[in-house]
Design a protein around this ligand. Structure first.
Ligand code: HEM
Length: 443
């Protein structure tokens, strides 16, 4: 992928710059957006939420009260690269360098869509270096294959830094400044002095990018593998598949996904999958009603519940318990089952609360349509249960018309490439926590 020319729209330019990455993309942004300052943050730690993933109160809402994620996302997969002689266990100095680097981001950018929100999470492989295991209050197994039809690469890097902003130039500047090494590394970030760099303690293993928002998928569909050449993605859609997702009524609250007991109280678990999308058949074979049947439920298609991209649904997808409890009957009657109605079967607790908070975004990394899919929940087993419900193995077993990748929700169109599991500790433990929930500082 290359940077678009100066006539490209502002949003398309910002999207392309992040995907391309690097110093030249940042400098092209600086040329174009130097007149549009990004609001600075603060050095008052009490103004930030205790839970790193508590983004929602600071993010915008749409007309229906649904959270509007920032348009650009950067996922930086990191390996700990500690002090010589530390025997792989982070030292108090590493911890201080990391905390100082993270505070540099907070001082440089407002915690909002127009500034930057972020969280830093740690994998089971990271915690393995400590003698003590994680406490029972933390449900964080190693990642595994979770569908019968995919063989993903398992992400076992130590940590994942997930940053999001409407200004991708802020994300590029963070990368180019805080991961820089050597004497010519920039010494300011958005006008604030840099204190501590992420490159002091981490090596970057992988960088993945994402975007979301009405208009962006349509503007970025040309020349992308997995999307037909005739540009079928509707102009107003926030996602490549042509529909809106993540309605407030079908999302867990941040409170709900919080681990409330033990030394990691204030944490959550984060499953992050990367899926490749192959939408030639999606757009080639399906009418609007077929798409609604496969994404939501055939009952939605029957009642005409979803107009266009689904803006009319307001703050709830309409997947009720009546709908998902009748799924066996639906499968028999229609010979097809919907993605959301399948997943919903395991996505409610006994009181009817939604269990997972999904923050998924699209991607054209490697010029291929894909989805970066983070899901937050109290424990990874909850995610695994939701994935199993989405697999629909029970439905496939009973309905000859439905096969693992045929008429089984959206399985024909999505292919899981990567899976990783992470713990997002509270802000107070975000710099190299030990497995027992300490982060000892230098005495
Ligand atoms: C390209 C891929 C995907 C697309 C386009 C997509 C789209 C959607 C849509 C339109 C809905 C209904 C609206 C809503 O509740 O937000 C939905 C619901 C849902 N999806 Fe996905 N999704 C995708 C992948 C996944 C994956 C990989 C999972 C993993 C388990 C997943 C889990 C869920 C869950 C849990 C719900 C909510 C069901 C409920 O409890 O009501 N989705 N998705």
């Amino acid at each position: 992928m290359e940077l678009p020319g100066p006539n490209a729209s502002r949003r398309r330019f910002l999207k392309a710059a992040l995907t391309v990455g690097g110093a030249s993309a940042l400098s092209a942004c600086l040329d174009r957006f130097s007149e549009e300052p990004i609001p600075q943050g603060t050095d008052d730690p009490t103004s930030f939420p205790d839970r790193q993933f508590a983004w929602n109160d600071s993010l915008e809402r749409d007309d229906h009260g649904n959270v509007v994620l920032p348009e650009h996302h950067l996922f930086v997969y990191l390996n700990y690269d500690g002090e010589a002689g530390s025997e792989g266990v982070p030292t108090a100095t590493d911890r201080e360098q990391l905390e100082t680097a993270l505070r540099t981001i907070e001082r440089a950018y407002e915690w909002s869509n127009r500034g930057v929100v972020f969280d830093l999470s740690y994998s089971p492989a990271y915690f393995d270096r400590f003698e003590e295991p994680l406490p029972d209050s933390v449900d964080l197994p190693s990642p595994e294959r979770l569908t019968p039809v995919d063989t993903p690469t398992l992400d076992e890097q130590d940590a994942l830094l997930h940053l999001a902003s409407d200004r991708s130039d802020a994300l590029l500047a963070i990368e180019e400044t805080l991961f820089a090494t050597g004497d010519d590394a920039p010494d300011t970030l958005n006008g604030v002095d840099v204190a501590g760099r992420l490159s002091d303690v981490f090596t970057v293993d992988d960088r993945r990018t994402g975007f979301i928002g009405p208009g962006l998928p349509a503007a970025n569909q040309d020349g992308v593998a997995g999307i037909p050449d005739n540009g079928p993605v509707p102009e107003e859609s926030p996602l490549f598949m042509g529909f809106k997702a993540a309605f407030a009524g079908n999302q867990a609250t941040e409170e709900y996904v919080t681990i409330s007991t033990g030394p990691f109280a204030g944490s959550t678990t984060k499953h992050v999958a990367r899926l490749r999308q192959e939408l030639d058949k999606w757009y080639g074979e399906n009418s609007h009603d077929d798409m609604v049947s496969k994404l939501f439920s055939p009952r939605h298609a029957e009642s005409g519940a979803v107009e266009g991209v689904g803006e009319n649904l307001g703050d709830h997808s309409g997947i009720t318990d009546e709908i998902y409890e009748r799924i066996t009957e639906t499968a028999e009657e229609f010979g097809v089952v919907g993605h959301a109605e399948k997943a919903a079967r395991a996505n409610r607790d006994a009181e009817g609360n939604v269990r997972t908070l999904r923050r998924h975004v699209e991607s054209t990394d490697d010029d291929t349509a894909s989805l970066q899919f983070p899901s937050l929940q109290q424990g990874i087993s909850e995610f695994n249960a939701v994935q199993e419900a989405m697999n629909g193995t029970d439905i496939v077993a009973e309905n000859p018309a439905i096969k693992p990748r045929v008429k089984n929700g959206i399985f024909r169109y999505v292919f899981v490439q990567n899976r990783g599991n992470f713990l997002v500790p509270p802000r107070s433990l975000r710099a190299f926590p030990t497995s027992t929930g300490d982060a000892p500082a230098e005495q």
